[in-house]
Every structure is written in structure tokens, then in C-alpha cells.
Design a protein around this ligand. Structure first.
Ligand code: AMP
Length: 222
């Protein structure tokens, strides 16, 4: 059965960066609800208009909106070989809705990789995080030395580096609070179901890559 996965962890744990590496390695579809919502905001669609205020404030977009887009996405053809959810689920009701959709569609139960990082480190990572407005590449001012307005270093990309509005100090505080209250309970939820793998997400991207790979190979996935 196709391998489905969830990357769980606080904002700034490096989910997006590890997702880029994992989808390449496992050849599965990458489903980032944050990227989908940002694209909807940029398009000015109905969904984007509804989601924008929550996102800017560092709050969660209502469950029914996010569950709706994920339900539609996981039945697309590129997900038949497996998918990796990045940033979803973020609440218990979202996890329950995902379980129900997976059961209904007869898909494989996802393996959940929980990326653990201390709070102080998260603030440093989030406040220094930058992104490309075209290809979505994730950078850090101290790692790549590129800041807002610089051209994207990606191959064949004409994008410009920007800072996400929710990576500003106030929104970061709010997002970490929201994570603790609403998302952290998912660790016990998936642990109780025997689906959880724990990975220490401190260190370089490569070191975390290695730990994620080790955890997955322990389950015979890579
Ligand atoms: P991310 O890129 O995953 O950090 O998501 C950016 C923002 O999009 C979050 O702070 C939320 O406002 C919204 N968002 C992304 N995924 C979800 C989700 N699963 N549930 C609710 N809101 C979400």
C-alpha cells in the first residue's frame, strides 16, 4: 500500500525543509496546507479571503476550511502513490476528520514523524526565516545570508526573497501558543494509536535528514 506520512511539530521545527527532502526521496505528493492557503490568499480566492485574517494574526484557519481542502487534495491522482502532509492536521478534530477520510477511501494509515525542538530555538529560526515568492524555497538569514529583496538562489527561479507576515515577533508568539494548546495534543493522539515516530530536530538540515531517515528505516519505510 502507498506510504502516507504526516510531519508534525511546532512552527519553525523545519517541517517544510524536511518535507522537500522526503517527497524527493520517497516520491510522494507534498501537501502543505500553509502553502495551499498562502496560494489561495495570493489568488484572492474565496478561501484566501476567509483564511487571510487568521493567518496574519498567527491563528489557525477554521477546521472545516482546512479539512475541506485536504479532503479534495488527497484524492488527486498524484496522491495515489502516497502523500506527505506538512502542517496538517493541527487540531484533534482535523486528525479525526483525516482518519475518517482515510478509512472511507481505504488508504494506508499515515506514519507520523514528530519533530521536536526547544522553544528558544524556534523563535530564532522563525524570526530569521525567509522565503522565495516564486518557488517557495525556505531560507534562513544566517544560513544563506540572504535577506528580503534578494534574488532567489534557486535554479531557474526569478523569484525574490520575502519574509512571511506571520514570521514577525507578535505572530510568532501567537503561533507557538496556538501550537501548545491545539496541536501538541496530537502527539499523544498518534502515540496512542502506535503511529508516532519521534525525531530530535536540532542541528543542521543534514543532521535532521539523517535522523528522520533512521527513524523511517526503523519502520522499513526507506
Ligand atoms: P504553515 O506554513 O504550516 O506555518 O501555516 C501558516 C498558517 O496557515 C498557519 O499559521 C495557519 O494560520 C494556517 N494553517 C496552515 N495549516 C493549517 C491547519 N492545518 N489548520 C489551520 N490553519 C492552518
Amino acid at each position: 500500500m502507498a506510504q502516507n506520512m504526516i510531519l508534525l511539530g511546532p512552527p519553525g521545527a523545519g517541517k517544510g525543509t524536511q518535507a522537500e527532502f522526503l517527497v524527493e526521496k520517497l516520491q510522494v505528493a507534498h501537501i502543505s496546507t500553509g502553502d495551499m492557503l498562502r496560494a489561495a490568499v495570493a489568488r484572492g480566492s474565496q478561501l484566501g479571503l476567509k483564511a487571510n485574517e487568521y493567518m496574519k494574526a498567527g491563528k489557525l484557519v477554521p477546521d472545516e476550511l482546512v479539512v475541506g481542502i485536504v479532503r479534495e487534495r488527497i484524492v488527486e491522482p498524484d496522491c495515489s502513490g502516497g502523500f506527505l502532509l506538512d502542517g496538517f492536521p493541527r487540531t484533534i478534530p482535523q486528525a479525526e476528520a483525516l482518519d475518517a477520510a482515510i478509512a472511507q477511501l481505504g488508504l494506508g494509515a499515515p506514519v507520523v514523524v514528530n519533530m521536536q525542538v526547544a522553544d528558544e530555538e524556534l523563535v530564532t529560526r522563525l524570526s530569521g526565516r525567509r522565503m522565495c515568492d516564486q518557488c517557495g524555497m525556505i531560507l534562513h538569514i544566517t544560513r544563506e545570508g540572504l535577506d528580503v529583496g534578494a534574488p532567489c538562489p534557486g535554479e531557474n527561479c526569478n523569484g525574490t526573497i520575502y519574509q512571511r507576515s506571520d514570521d514577525q515577533a507578535e505572530a510568532i508568539k501567537q503561533r507557538l501558543e496556538v501550537y501548545k494548546q491545539q496541536t501538541q495534543p496530537l502527539i499523544d493522539y498518534y502515540d496512542a494509536k502506535g503511529q508516532l515516530l519521534r525525531v530530535e530536530a536540532l542541528g543542521t538540515v543534514e543532521e535532521v535528514n539523517d535522523r528522520v531517515t533512521d527513524a523511517l528505516s526503523g519502520k522499513g519505510i526507506v
